[in-house]
Design a protein around this ligand. Structure first.
Ligand code: S3P
Length: 447
């Protein structure tokens, strides 16, 4: 089982305003997809701005194991020489996806309609997460899966030698499940259809179209219906990965709660399937503006400017917005602690099956730090204490979850007493430069 090495405790303390420009790294979701689709096209795909976090590096390694050539230039440009749809070779070793649910689920989809067998594993967090949500639809294509009890990794997938196309309505709002089905559908003859009741991030659909696949999305009474025509010849692309709105969330939220702060986070993708947090913060009274709104590569992009916001108020976050900000609830709950009144967050059951049970992990840490939290299976409520009134002064458990670690470190920049996380190591999975970037703004985070 993989692990990131010995735990590294980190402590964040209040120490003055945050100021400056925060250049956050490339989008994690788009980075995984660029490597996988590059590996499934014939010829050279060139990727700039790739997130070089451990999750994505594990996907690069996996693509090599399936036969693609993946190289990095000294200047950080990546080159993928793909093997084509249906061209994956059988890996000679177990595929270790580390901490990454996106990596393992998308790769399982991509190999499930190839006549090969592969075994997948990950760290303790990933090996406790549910995989049946992916292996159930992959079985409809003709693939077989054998894993541990409860559909957990380590798991072996025997790809379908003679795959059939599938029509599948996703039972949970999950871009990973949708993407696994679409990637499997690439090597099935005919049309594969995915129906999702709530729209989730659409990077796979956009990128498949960019690589030349025939893919159509329609909004119907059933929800979003996505139809992919199988066995396309994917054409290699040049991809500039936009910066990650989920990483931007941390310096943005820190600026809102630390008195005197003024931070600009440039070039952030505001794809509507990802940008829910920023609209939620504005509804809470945040001084958060989108500057230089423009289009790049078919995506809305802006520079985010966040300033200390003394009058934050709690709100009800609409349940239908959950998919567009699912990774941002942990740091939103931190901002909610510094707001006046209650922030109610319904429709978020999926938070319980992320890198950790994120409602449980945040609720425990917030309560220890002096903030009351109520919770149910699919909702939670944070009782804000207002600025300057959050005690802090505790060590919290991060459960191998990068976003829990970063959320509590952001919190510690504005609590009365410092906040310590038991292990900052997992931050490297998605945001390896987090500490340096925050230090550059003036944050005091020490190991
Ligand atoms: C992701 C989808 C989401 C998200 C994850 C990245 C993706 O997971 O939480 O961080 O890149 O498709 P689910 O599909 O499980 O909602």
């Amino acid at each position: 089982m993989s692990s990131h090495g010995p735990a590294v405790a980190l402590t964040a303390r209040a120490g003055g305003a945050l100021n400056g420009v925060a250049d956050v790294p490339g989008d994690k979701s788009i980075s995984h997809r660029a490597l996988i689709l590059g590996a499934l096209s014939v010829g050279e795909t060139v990727v700039t701005g790739l997130l070089e976090g451990q999750d994505v590096l594990d996907t690069a390694k996996a693509m090599r194991a399936f036969g693609a050539e993946v190289m990095r230039d000294e200047d950080g440009t990546w080159h993928v020489y793909g093997v084509g749809v249906g061209g994956f070779a059988e890996p000679g070793q177990v595929i270790d996806c580390g901490n990454s649910g996106t990596g393992v689920r998308l790769i399982m989809g991509a190999m499930a309609t190839c006549p090969i067998t592969a075994t997948f594993t990950g760290d303790a967090s990933l090996n406790s997460r549910p995989m049946a949500r992916v292996t159930d639809p992959l079985a409809l294509f003709g693939a077989r899966a054998v894993g541990r009890a409860g559909g957990r990794l380590p798991m072996t997938i025997v790809g379908a030698a003679d795959p059939v196309p599938v029509r599948y309505a996703t039972p949970v709002p999950s871009a990973q499940v949708k993407s696994a089905v679409l990637l499997a559908g690439l090597n099935a003859p005919g049309q594969t259809v995915v129906i999702e009741r709530e729209a989730t991030r659409d990077h796979t659909e956009r990128m498949l179209a960019g690589f030349g696949a025939e893919i159509v999305s329609e909004q119907t009474d059933e929800g979003r219906v996505i139809t992919l025509t199988g066995r396309p010849e994917l054409r290699p692309q040049t991809i500039a990965v936009p910066r990650d709105p989920s990483s931007a969330a941390f310096p943005v939220c820190a600026a809102l709660i630390v008195p005197g702060s003024d931070v600009v986070v440039p070039n952030i993708g505001l794809n509507p399937t990802r940008a829910g947090l920023f609209y939620t913060l504005q509804e809470m009274g945040a001084d958060l503006v989108f500057e230089n709104m423009r289009e790049e590569g078919g995506e809305p992009v802006a520079d985010l400017r966040a300033r200390f916001s003394p009058d934050l108020k709690g709100i009800e976050v609409p349940a239908e917005r959950a998919a567009s900000m699912i990774d941002e609830y942990p740091v939103l709950s931190v901002v909610a602690a510094f707001a006046a009144g209650e922030t109610y967050m319904p429709g978020v059951k999926e938070l319980r099956v992320k890198e950790s049970d994120r409602i449980d992990a945040m609720a425990k840490g917030l309560r220890a730090a002096g903030v009351s939290v109520d919770e149910g299976e699919d909702w939670w409520r944070v009782h804000g204490r207002g600025h300057g009134a959050v005690p802090g002064g505790v060590t919290v458990e991060t459960h191998l979850d990068h976003r829990i670690a970063m959320s509590f470190l952001v919190m510690g920049l504005a609590t009365q007493a410092p906040m310590t996380v038991d292990d900052g190591g997992p931050i490297a999975t998605s945001f390896p430069v987090f500490r340096d970037l925050m230090a550059g703004l003036g944050a005091q985070i020490e190991g």
